[in-house]
Design a protein around this ligand. Structure first.
Ligand SMILES: CC(C)(COP(=O)(O)OP(=O)(O)OC[C@H]1O[C@@H](n2cnc3c(N)ncnc32)[C@H](O)[C@@H]1OP(=O)(O)O)[C@@H](O)C(=O)NCCC(=O)NCCS
Length: 129
């Protein structure tokens, strides 16, 4: 089940599991956050997404799924929910080496627009894929 949340602490705790090396939390500036919980289990949320909306664009600041729950379509569900809930165009940055995330973003219509150090800047201009 996917649901919107305002619980910054919940996203921080999920983020600490997905990125144990610690890459910094930006969730206090997020306008939209959602989490995915698997129905029928006692386990809490296993995936999350966060978006920061600006005057002319929306910034996908984070998406993550706990490692043991990946490749089941949860990341895509979270991303599509975030895109539906926030205004176009969308921008994000992703590490060039992160092939899984790059492939997911491409599959929903993001296109690379530039490179920032070891990251790719990707943009999606409209809701259609
Ligand atoms: C990037 C990330 C969020 C993707 O989450 P995910 O839940 O694994 O993504 P999905 O399952 O929706 O899609 C990923 C792949 O699994 C495939 N997949 C979807 N459902 C599937 C299923 N039932 N069985 C097998 N594969 C499946 C998708 O087709 C997709 O494959 P592709 O990318 O080769 O086209 C996840 O890998 C992650 O959390 N990574 C660490 C954090 C990170 O890097 N975040 C992005 C930068 S902030």
């Amino acid at each position: 089940m996917l649901k919107e949340t305002k619980d910054v602490g919940l996203l921080i705790s999920l983020d600490d599991q997905v990125f144990p090396e610690g890459i910094g939390h930006l969730f206090c500036i997020a306008d939209y956050m959602c989490v995915f919980t698997i129905d029928g289990t006692m386990e809490g949320p296993v995936g999350y997404a966060a978006v920061c909306t600006h005057e002319h664009y929306s910034d996908i600041i984070r998406i993550g799924v706990l490692e043991r729950y990946r490749k089941r379509g949860i990341g895509r569900l979270l991303l599509l929910a975030a895109l539906q809930a926030t205004p176009a165009p969308w921008i994000l940055t992703v590490e060039r080496a992160n092939t899984q995330a790059l492939s997911l973003y491409r599959s929903v219509g993001f296109v690379p627009k530039g490179v920032l150090r070891d990251c790719v800047v990707m943009v999606k201009t409209s809701g259609s894929q």
